[in-house]
Design a protein around this ligand. Sequence first.
Ligand code: ATP
Length: 443
Amino acid sequence: MSQPSDRLRALREAVRIAPDDASLRRLLGDALLQAGDAEEAEAEFRATLRLDPEDATARLGLVQAFRAQQKLSAALVVLEEEARAGRGGPEVQLLLARLLLETGEASRARQAYEAAVAANPAMADVELAARLGGVRAGPAAEREPAGAEARDDADGAVHVERPGVGFKDVGGMDALKEQIGLKIIHPLKHPEMYRAYGRPIGGGILMYGPPGCGKTHLARATAGEVDATFISVGIHEVLDMWIGQSERNLAELFKQARDQAPCVLFFDEVDALASRRSDFRTSAGRPLINQFLSELDGIDGGNDGLLVLAATNAPWHLDPAFRRPGRFDRVLFVPPPDVPARAAILEILCRGKPADRLDFDKVARKTDGFSGADLKAVVDLAIERKLTDAIRTGRPVPISTDDLLKGAKDVRPSTREWFATARNYVMYANEGGLYDDVKPWLA
Ligand code: ATP
């Protein structure tokens, strides 16, 4: 089902069978919008909202459908209502900026754009910033060097780390560690053996899954595990920081990584290189994609000692050319941690902190749907509470299981939303069984 028209047909059929399924109707609305049929898209988004008035994505879809039909005031009314109701996330602000610009309200447009980028630097849009005039495309994303040694390169663009973490610092993820071992670590340690058996060395691993489940953490730990350097780049940085010369700088980035070999080069948000233009993000365009692919293929001088890992929360937006052999030929799902993995992550996060004997299993059982990042928030909350007590009493007070359980009550599990989006792709765009690993999680 690779043709957009096939997808549209399948979605229409699905809606015919299940006309009361709000998310299906929204998907059909999206597909129609992409196919340029804004009028019918409008009808589908309206139907979605009748079925589920809380569906914020459908409201944004409706705005886009209005906009495509030049019903700009209608679009602005919906959008401003969203912002007024406090639902004005960065996507809303960005869309508002575009609409205000189109209706001639440049200074309000500029404010909305700046609010969007301040809330989420990934929203930066070079083209829009240029049209607004006098606005920076976007702040360079903040990065935290987590390794034992980190340094900035002279131009401040590429951060080379030598991570102080290894697989022992990654809870759960056993299947992934094994795959990375086979595909990346063993070939690096025993290249002659692989050559003798004619096994290819190279090619990358693409990880996908809900946010906060440890993709970046695992990539960094992989570098630590083989004592390699680690370079982490958000694709939006490639796009934003080097306006108009992204291809050249991508080449420079790969060159630096090769110079630092052995090196794990990690690309986050790799879906931003998607060939399809999405309304909320800048799209890289064909030349940059081609440049990226030829760098992966090691056209100039090979990629010995260069280990490429990439991550995305939206693998369905990625150009299929990325998945060819020698490129990202392993596509691995990074699921939310299960009970034993959550216990292991909690144990890692509490290491070295003043604590009683903690019942990690008990906390793990109460944190269904939590990502690693959510668990970190739980531990941080527990620590904050204890810190307040410690400052009051003047002595360290150990963290207890109860503190963790209380923390868990205040953190909302963040992985479910991702599955709500993934469900439709897994059901209707699962070419070659690409997303089969996600299926058991949808039950
Ligand atoms: P995103 O998709 O938002 O980039 P991600 O999948 O890359 O998220 P990380 O940034 O790796 O997630 O995880 C966030 C934080 O959660 C990590 O810095 C780490 O502290 C903690 N964490 C996540 N998973 C694990 C794990 N398996 N073991 C230990 N810590 C973890």
